[in-house]
Design a protein around this ligand. Sequence first.
Ligand SMILES: C[S@@+](CC[C@H](N)C(=O)[O-])C[C@H]1O[C@@H](n2cnc3c(N)ncnc32)[C@H](O)[C@@H]1O
Length: 237
Amino acid sequence: MKNDHADWLFDESTQVGVDYSDSSVVADYDNQHKGFRDFEAEADKIASVLNLTSASTVLDIGCGTGGLSICLAQKCRHVYAVDVSDAMLDTLKVKLEDQGLKNVTPRRAGFLTYQHEGSALDAIVVSIALHHLPDFWKQIALCRLHDLLKPDGKMFLADVVFDFDPRTYRETLEGWLGGMRKLAGAQMADETIVHIRDEFSTWDWVLSGMIERAGFQIDQTLDIAPQVRAYVCSRSE
Ligand SMILES: C[S@@+](CC[C@H](N)C(=O)[O-])C[C@H]1O[C@@H](n2cnc3c(N)ncnc32)[C@H](O)[C@@H]1O
């Protein structure tokens, strides 16, 4: 894709919503998420649905502090861990150093600017990150991810996605927030408010259409938490 740095390109280096470039947010990220997520179990599921093996090369884009990248690295040959936030990547780098993990390459870039250099990609993982782009740019990002994969490559895309009667939005969102408060505490509920108000989570029927327009086939969907859906996709073109 040409003109990656044209004046009209969406500025993905500026965080939208929760600010993952803020070191105090980043310092809290793993503790917050460990309260309601199990990265090992998520990586096991991803490895299983993507048929990952010790020979696989994976791109984890929007990797954050690398909770998934590190677990996937224990199952795969190599993981490229990409994020726009230096603060998130710095936390990942400390973990890699502490654990002596050599098969994870952290890189600073985003969905719209990442240029892959290295082994061809068997799989791409996007976990709770694509919603940082508005819909127009999500479509461009999905096309770019599609084109990065080997012809028989697969993608696991998980995100907050809405799939309810739009006329019930007040009670559905209030119910979701109440559930987050119980499951993950007041701070995650506050972040969920920011997510709804300022970030760009979209409707299932919009996102699934974009995934298919990018040239993927959706092989399976998994509802992994309230309002969180994963799409297991393969290149169809
Ligand atoms: C909610 S965190 C998810 C982190 C990780 N994937 C996980 O599952 O825990 C969202 C991440 O997306 C990153 N991000 C935001 N905009 C991005 C973009 N345009 N390209 C790549 N990453 C982006 C943020 O910096 C942040 O680390």
